[in-house]
Design a protein around this ligand. Structure first.
Ligand SMILES: [Zn+2]
Length: 406
């Protein structure tokens, strides 16, 4: 409750609502766009400027769709862009460098992380939508039972390093926030270090990175605050990587993310950053890579010759979705639990993939396509990526089953 009250105070002091609630064309335009994004459960809003128009796109179920194109006069478009900058608290007089802001809007009950960058026809904007009312839980992450069980086992350990990797928009932050929600936060001191703080997680101490409070300074400060669990939003350099693993070594549970393609990439990156191999080997607890895939509508999906299904053309069951035949998204996860220390001390990427993974992105995509949850086409995208690996990997080939490469 305390957290919620303090959040409301912040929201009240924020003038975004005052700006967006003005009853003129400029504010009404943005109000409609933010509301439309909210109604369609979009994850991001893109505002792009071209020579004679502004284009607004929404990312819905992973795909970008055009919301509208504004072809008013240049003067009107300039005022619209300035009004948007005011809503987002961007500096109005700066238009030749990137700016990054977080703000909230009562009209949608959501928080946003906005970034503006200069372009040849004017500035372009991207807003990530963070829905306050939807605090993630492990259950609504839709993880397969065994992965959920292993993740819950990992987050109930007293110490170790949990790392989730994946590109932007793969849902890795949501999975990490959901794991925090499973921790007994009243009995433990949970400190998060984030840039930016996306969601208010009740009963945790959340710290925002700034030019004064760098990642490594924040981790060192967290270590002096008698922590049990530390969430480090992202590991970017050698110092923060070493500090994170040292924290795990000295009796803390450390959760973090990295930008790599897959699970073996986590080990590869940590070694590449210069972290002591023994420190890595002794502390890796649960490491995973994830992506979001589109779920097809089971009422209009079309069986195909490969024994799977193609996306349907839409029906009464999926008519509320912006994309016909698609009803949502869910993660596919590859992971390793307690990887063998020897596989890290003598790290070989291929060998690690063959011996230490409990699931692979491909095996998971394939399983979902065989169950008719995702289309064969979607599964095949992962098949192509694993092609060269499966040739050298009989175990995965076996898992590939009937849809494997002919
Ligand atoms: Zn349908």
């Amino acid at each position: 409750m305390v957290v919620k009250n303090s959040y409301l105070t912040i929201a009240k002091a924020n003038t975004s609502d005052d700006v967006i609630e003005k009853k003129d064309f400029f504010s009404m335009t943005w109000k409609k766009i933010f509301a439309e994004a909210n109604e369609n459960k979009a994850s991001d809003i893109h505002v792009q400027q071209f020579e004679n128009f502004i284009r607004v796109k929404l990312r819905i179920l992973g795909d970008l769709c055009i919301s509208q194109e504004i072809t008013e006069t240049e003067e009107v478009r300039t005022t619209l862009i300035n009004r948007l900058k005011a809503i987002c608290h961007f500096e109005l007089n700066i238009n030749d460098e990137a700016q990054d802001r977080s703000f909230s809007l009562k009209v949608t009950n959501s928080r946003y992380r906005g970034v503006v960058t200069p372009g040849i026809f004017g500035e372009n904007f991207v807003f990530r939508i963070i829905r306050e009312e939807e605090l993630p839980t492990i259950k609504n992450c839709l993880l397969p039972p065994q992965i959920e069980k292993d993740l819950l086992y990992a987050i109930n350990r007293k110490q170790g390093f949990i790392c989730i990797t994946g590109p932007t928009g793969s849902g890795k932050s949501t999975t990490l926030q959901a794991t925090l929600m499973e921790i007994a936060r009243i009995k433990k001191n949970v400190i998060t270090i984030e840039d930016p703080v996306e969601r208010i997680i009740p009963d945790t101490v959340q710290q925002q990175i700034s030019h004064k409070l760098t990642w490594s300074k924040a981790i060192k400060a967290a270590m002096r605050q008698d922590p049990d669990v530390i969430l480090i939003g992202e590991i970017r350099d050698r110092e923060s990587a070493s500090l994170a693993l040292e924290a795990a070594q000295t009796g803390h549970l450390v959760l973090s993310t990295l930008h790599t393609n897959d699970v073996s990439g986590i080990v590869d990156r940590l070694i590449g950053l210069g972290v002591d191999r023994k420190l890595i080997a002794d502390n890796l607890l649960f490491i995973s890579a994830q992506r979001l895939v589109q779920k097809i509508c089971s009422s209009c999906r079309q069986p195909n010759k490969l024994g799977g299904y193609d996306q349907g053309h839409g029906c009464s069951q999926c008519e509320t979705s912006k994309i016909k035949g698609i009803i949502g998204r869910q993660p596919i996860v590859e992971y390793s639990l307690h990887p063998d220390p020897k596989s890290i001390l003598n790290f070989n990427k291929q060998e690690f993939k063959q011996t230490q993974l409990k699931t692979s992105l491909y095996s998971e995509a394939l399983r979902l396509s065989q169950e008719g949850i995702i289309s064969t086409d979607e599964a095949n995208q992962w098949e192509e990526k694993d092609l060269w690996e499966t040739k050298q990997n009989p175990r995965q080939n076996q898992e590939a089953g009937q849809l494997s490469i002919q």
